[in-house]
Design a protein. Structure first.
Lengths: 256, 54
């Protein structure tokens, strides 16, 4: 999709942005996957922020504040500063969280209204595929990060093993995901980070367990502990046997 | 009233200059564009700016 076409499509989506249906459709197993992803992201930022006083984490495409809520639950609202940036008025209106850190600003991830080198961490969680200019998002993250800062991007992997095995299912899924402007595999993410001049880039895949929804519901009934074990075991196995082909990608890009 | 720590970080999305708090809106100190503050949230999108003085 061309830049101009992506922007026009993005604009057309803004007036009726709504992820209620998606959130309601999540199975317990899917909720657990997101929870585990939040925990992993938190761990990486904790490592990067070690020893820093009140580091500022910028959440690009913050939606209705899901990660802010997770941070509050994790007790990070006291030690970290948080700022959420979100273009959708509808999403911001639905946020149901107490004010956290510096709160929220309505704006574009492609043109972040913040001074250069002011944040220690940037998170783009499941949001890059909704942006009309992903390259600009990486460049903005690079501009905003202080030396030693860390960018984390999490996104669905367009090159997962099950999408390769079942290309017609992937095509049908894509047709339904009308709010996704772009799709990414590990190579595309790597290229974006390198073009934005990040000094160190690491990409990992996760979410190797992919089953029909009815089976996922059954497995979800086993409870969070058993499901957590299953997800961790399949990820370990998947990374060993099918590197780069999990259902989700986590990119970590840092600045010296 | 915008949190002063936040205001210190914010810039005009049109020209990149500092902003000043005018209670119900933020004003760019250079290009003088105005940005609304809706329900306490600054709306810093270039297409929402107003050039006219209030």
């Amino acid at each position: 999709m061309s830049q101009a076409a992506a922007y026009e499509k993005w604009k057309s989506l803004q007036s009726h942005w709504d992820d209620d249906d998606f959130l309601k459709s999540l199975t317990p197993l899917m909720r657990l996957r997101y929870r585990r992803l939040d925990e992993k992201v938190l761990g990486y930022f904790q490592e990067a922020f070690a020893g820093q006083v009140k580091p500022l984490l910028l959440d690009l495409g913050a939606g209705r504040g899901e990660f802010a809520l997770f941070l509050k639950d994790a007790g990070k609202d006291r030690g970290w500063d948080y700022l959420g940036l979100e273009p959708s008025a509808e999403q911001l209106a639905q946020r149901d969280i107490p004010t956290l850190g510096l709160g929220f600003v309505r704006g574009l991830a492609e043109r972040v209204p913040l001074t250069d080198m002011t944040v220690q961490g940037v998170l783009v969680k499941e949001a890059l595929d909704h942006c009309f200019d992903p390259a600009a998002v990486f460049q903005e993250a690079r501009r905003l990060l202080k030396p030693g800062g860390l960018l984390i991007v999490t996104i669905t992997n367009d090159q997962s093993y099950f999408k390769k095995l079942l290309p017609w299912v992937n095509r049908a899924l894509k047709a339904r995901q009308t709010d996704h402007l772009f799709f990414f595999g590990p190579r595309e993410l790597q290229k974006l980070a390198q073009e934005a001049r990040f000094d160190r880039v690491e990409i990992e895949t996760y979410n190797y367990l992919k089953l029909p929804r009815v089976l996922e519901r059954l497995i979800g009934a086993l409870g969070p502990r058993a499901c957590g074990f299953l997800l961790a075991a399949t990820d370990r196995l998947g990374r060993a046997l099918l590197p780069g082909l999990g259902g989700g990608l986590i990119l970590r890009a840092s600045v010296k | 009233m915008i949190n002063p720590d936040l205001l210190n970080l914010l810039i005009c999305p049109s020209c990149g200059s500092a902003l000043r708090d005018k209670e119900s809106f933020l004003e760019c100190t250079a290009c003088k564009k105005h940005y609304p503050v809706e329900n306490g949230i600054p709306v810093l999108m270039a297409d929402r700016a107003e050039k006219t003085k209030r």
